[in-house]
Design a protein around this ligand. Structure first.
Ligand code: PLP
Length: 394
């Protein structure tokens, strides 16, 4: 049977009526203890009877995992309490003392901190690489390189990685112990980017963003090939990283509308990015969906849409007070971390340390998340902000 399209899966996936007893939604199964009818049943679980103790997941987490795995085209998925926990599980399942990992310097900064400060302390050598490296990653591969970690587009700076070139370099027939490739798909989500189809082994997703979509829960998902699933699931269990049934319920509720939310938010982002690019005050827009973006062609090959998240720059000639006067008084854009929910956000950003091109972006870097508001109203709010930018605050 051919798999349904993702908009159909979003509605029908992960909805076993036997589990929900006919209700449309699988409820949050809040449980630590799960009761058995006899010692025999306790000691000899039936095949597939995985619901045995709260820490090992619930029918609610199973439903979410099943749906997410189908969206990614994965053998299975594992739900964990945050996006950063998803990065942790994917990496710690594959790495040990004496191993080497290549990690894009465009990776979400707390992911780099986790790798360096935690895995580094456990004896893993972390080497950062240029996200635009492509096939030249071959020169960095060592016999003990066990993981090549990608995130595309990069957090903050929005470079797009040539995933196919990197995967084929890792799978070079001369390499009989190829590294595991891991890809953070939070920006594209499985609706717009399918890393496993490009040959990637493990996908991580900060479900906190578009899957939950309402800024009210933290969650991570790890989608795996058949070869990597058992060790990733085992590693989550070893670390006691079980997602809460209530958060899984919120994610299941949010994911049903992810298709329409993302389509609209991406469309608004495209419009605002193109408008910002024409503003005389703006010195650059970092958004791979813009034809002017240096990685636009790679992006078109690997993505069919994307998030409502991008960055733009203002020249260093603006003072901090002017930029604050622009941002602080916006009516519709909140100032806060995270993104992917229904509301618009605007924050100032900094490039992470340890990258090779720190001087590439002089001036102010602002990260914009387009929400579900009317695009005319968002544009008008920014327009007023640019008028404030022109007046020097007293
Ligand atoms: C937010 C984010 C994460 C971490 O997710 P949390 O749920 O906040 O831990 C990981 N990767 C990317 C790209 C993110 O934007």
């Amino acid at each position: 049977m051919t798999e349904k399209k993702s908009d159909t899966l979003l509605v029908h996936g992960g909805r076993d009526r036997a589990v929900s007893r006919g209700a449309v939604n699988i409820p949050p199964f809040r449980a630590s203890t799960v009761l058995f009818s006899s010692l025999d049943e306790l000691e000899h679980p039936r095949p597939g009877q995985a619901y045995r103790y709260g820490r090992q997941g619930s029918p609610t987490s199973r439903a979410l995992e099943e749906l997410y795995a189908r969206l990614e085209g994965a053998a299975g998925a594992v739900a964990v309490p945050s996006g950063l926990a998803a990065i942790n599980v994917a990496l710690s399942a594959c790495l040990g003392a004496g191993d080497h990992m290549l990690m894009s310097w465009g990776t979400y900064a707390p992911g780099i901190s986790y790798a360096r400060q935690f895995l580094g302390r456990m004896g893993v050598e972390i080497e950062l690489y240029d996200p635009r490296i492509g096939a030249a990653i071959t020169d960095l591969l060592r016999p003990n390189t066990r993981v090549v970690y990608m995130e595309s587009p990069s957090s903050v700076s929005f470079e797009v990685q040539d995933v196919e070139a990197i995967v084929s370099a890792c799978r070079n027939p001369g390499n009989d112990h190829p590294p595991v490739t891991v890809f953070d798909n939070t920006w594209g989500t499985p609706l717009y980017c399918r890393p496993l189809a490009l040959g990637v082994d493990i996908v991580v997703q900060a479900a906190t963003k578009y899957v939950v979509g309402h800024a009210d829960a933290m969650l991570g998902l790890v989608a795996c090939t058949a070869a990597t699933l058992p060790k990733v699931r085992h590693c989550a269990r070893l670390q006691g990283l079980a997602a809460s049934p209530d958060d899984c319920y919120m994610a299941l509720r949010g994911i049903r509308t992810m298709g329409v939310r993302m389509a609209r938010q991406f469309e608004t982002a495209c419009r605002l990015a193109a408008w910002l690019e024409r503003r005389p005050e703006v010195s650059g827009v970092l958004f791979p969906a813009l034809p002017s973006h240096p990685d636009h062609e790679v992006w078109r090959r690997q993505f069919s849409g994307g998030a409502g998240l991008f960055a733009f720059m203002l020249p260093a000639s603006f003072t901090r007070a002017q930029v604050a006067n622009f941002v602080d008084k916006l009516e519709l854009f909140g100032i806060g971390y995270s993104w992917g929910a229904y509301e618009s956000l605007l924050i100032s950003e900094h490039l992470q340390r340890g990258r090779g091109d720190l001087d590439q972006f002089p001036g102010w870097l602002l990260r914009l998340h387009a929400g579900l508001e009317d695009a005319d109203d968002l544009e008008a709010d920014l327009e007023k902000g640019f008028q404030r930018l022109a007046d020097r605050p007293a």
